[in-house]
Design a binder for this molecule. Sequence first.
Ligand code: ARG
Ligand code: ZN
Length: 416
Amino acid sequence: MKILLLLGLVAVTLAEVTRFDGGKVYRLKPKTEEHVEIIKEIGDEFQLDFWIPSKADQVTISSNVDVRVDAAYIDYINAVLQQTEIEHEILIDDLQAAIDAQVDNGRISTKAYSYEKYNSWDTIQSWMDQTVSANSNLVSRMIIGTTYEGQPMHVLKLGKQSGSSKPAIFMDCGIHAREWISPAFCQWFVKEAVSTYGTNSQMTRLLDQMDVYVLPVFNIDGYRFTWSNNRMWRKTRSKNPGSTCIGTDPNRNFNAGWCTVGASKNPCSDTYCGCKPESAVEVKAVADFLRKNKSIIKSYLTIHSYSQLLLFPYSYTTAPAPDHVELMRVAEGAAAALKSLYGTQYTCGPGAETIYLAAGGSDDWAYDLGVKYAYTFELRDTGRYGFLLPESQIKPTCQETMLAVMYIADHVLNSL
Ligand code: ARG
Ligand code: ZN
């Protein structure tokens, strides 16, 4: 009896973990309006998980569409693709195998910390404790809010201590839970700051003259959920009254053209904009922090993946931002710096023109608040691994991204 009970418990615990055996990621290449319509139609029917773009109504002619398909729908989608002659390729043949292969030792290690591994939230938290206590001259920490599930949202403040408040850059990682390379970059940036301050002249100048606020994981609850239950989770983990579906897309929940375009009013959608702007407590916390410090914050950087883009406002409208020319010039310089290391190519431009219209994003909101240098990075790769970028690519990705971030920081410094 005891054993049966125990087995039952184990089964319940295991059942909560979503597996993706036999799931695939397709790249569809619509070439006609009809193809576009078909993709939009099968989106709901086959429960497609849109990786790029973020939802069906953003699909356009002759842009690639990366979608995850559950094993149960593979035969159906193959039939439709064949009948309609939609060009396509398979990016990931067995998603569960790709998930298992992502961590290089084949098993997620939740304990030991490494900058070249994906770290669990618990590990990131103790890394933060250690980083702060080992570098108290350069790093301090503050809590800007609490997540829906009660986790503290710590922001690290990097910079040489000074009597008066310094101009600052704010950077966040991990708005979307499954984009694991993003938090890895914020950790890498902090490591670079504390280990090269005093020897690297660029970093020294930056941290002498400015402060850099780093939020290593924006969507902590979602990130934890990708470790414990569902590797493909994107949103927060908040309950939605009147629905059984969970979560809000934090990058559709900012008060910038909120929910007018490229976002969904359906709580079950992966781009759910929330019941009102800043309804997600995590979004409210970041927005409050930026509002409170808007006189000192000169640049807002937000790190996502994937597709190798450097985007700037606007995404909620195709109208050019007042600072379009300068933002473009800086983006192109940053992308060139990034490319100089390993040849990785980035595309630069305003979000709406470069990928798709999508309102409620943090970059647009920060920009309209008055933070001129507002950039969204979409890190590696371009779809071979997508969100499942192997750990072996953490180091090169972070190294090259450092060059772009430091290029932007230099420009911000020079324009003070
Ligand atoms: N992939 C990101 C997203 O869909 C792009 C964000 C670009 N900025 C924006 N405001 N939509 O959230
Ligand atoms: Zn994202």
